[in-house]
Design a protein around this ligand. Structure first.
Ligand SMILES: [Zn+2]
Length: 138
């Protein structure tokens, strides 16, 4: 890391408890996530790869259940793997590492919303006796 990347990350995380270890791995608790990433010397000019609770954050189709991913796109959202703020041409130094987590949360919320919308529309069309059976299970 460089003095600039260190200075910048210190400012970005100033309201949170964080540690940077000798390998330049930053650990910060943010919105119920244990966020970890390697602080490289390009930060904030390039986004870091984030681990949320030790799982690499990515938007590839297999990261989310495929059905939910498809419903999300069908509901008019842009493909998150091609249009997230870490994508080439989208990232800018005005963003910080926490914006990546915020965006992830927003995408996740909208995916759940799309899924619920689908389930609700599906349930409405069922006959009452079938609905009764379903309600016994929920
Ligand atoms: Zn895509």
């Amino acid at each position: 890391m460089t003095p600039l990347s260190l200075k910048r990350i210190t400012r970005d995380l100033k309201n949170y408890t964080f540690v940077i270890n000798e390998n330049n791995i930053v650990n910060v608790q943010y919105k119920n996530y244990q966020v970890s990433f390697f602080l490289n010397e390009d930060y904030p000019f390039k986004p870091p790869f984030l681990y949320l609770d030790n799982k690499l954050l990515n938007y590839k189709y297999n990261y989310f259940p495929q059905r939910i991913f498809k419903l999300y796109i069908d509901n008019g959202h842009e493909c998150p793997c091609c249009t997230n703020i870490s994508c080439h041409g989208r990232w800018s130094p005005v963003f910080n590492v926490l914006n990546i987590v915020d965006e992830y949360n927003l995408i996740k919320t909208n995916m759940v919303r799309s899924y619920k919308k689908h389930i609700t529309s599906f349930i409405k069309n069922l006959p009452d006796d079938v609905l009764g059976i379903i309600k016994e299970y929920i």
